[in-house]
Design a protein around this ligand. Sequence first.
Ligand code: ATP
Length: 239
Amino acid sequence: NSKEPLLVIENLNVSYGAIRAVRNLSLHIDKGEIVCVIGANGAGKSTLMNAIMGMVKRQSGNILLEGKPLAEKSYQVVAQGVSLSPEGRKVFAPLTVYENLMMGAFPRKDRENIERDLEWVYSLFPRLQERRNQHAGTLSGGEQQMLAIGRALMSRPKLLLLDEPSLGLAPIIIKDIFKELKRINSEGVTILLVEQNAKQALMLSHRGYVLQTGEILMEGPAHELLANPEVEAAYLGTT
Ligand code: ATP
């Protein structure tokens, strides 16, 4: 790792009325890293992702991408090089796999490279190529997750955000998808993922943060968090 920060978040606060969902949160992601944020249901993981994407309003704090303020409108965030595979996949069910992928390329200016990146996504997930003319709503959960990731990659992001990619999937499918995430990272995409599935997420990541009721409780190299008794007791369970 080059240790050059790609994304820096300083003292982020996000509230829904009286609920302070994210509190004075600071974190950083270096170029080339896979970083995870683990935390229980309701810890504020999706709020963090949505705040980065400009989908919920930041109350205060700074978000910098390569040292420059990150835009606050979603389409500008994508244009700056950040994209999201959202919680619950949210594929466009009546559209085909191909059409869903093309939706991800929609904000791009370099139209000439879209075909190349479509081939790239198909090489990462051959299943999507096989099913390119199938309606997304007829795919399995695992295939829909691949499609949501592929769609996010079609904007050629510098930073890929993943909100609970393992949610509702069988362990063997999770293993497959996480293996592809490692490959995507090795091909130059920095990754921030938030997960309730702490063990799998830490095993994939270089570093991790533990989020509890909107606040960062702990941070460190993933292998240290995996070996930490507090983390183990609260988050690692038996899976
Ligand atoms: P989950 O895994 O269940 O999505 P999470 O860690 O992603 O959990 P958030 O969805 O970010 O957590 O929620 C953080 C807190 O903010 C919770 O207390 C939640 O009830 C609250 N919250 C989230 N979205 C809204 C909203 N639109 N309006 C009001 N409160 C909300």
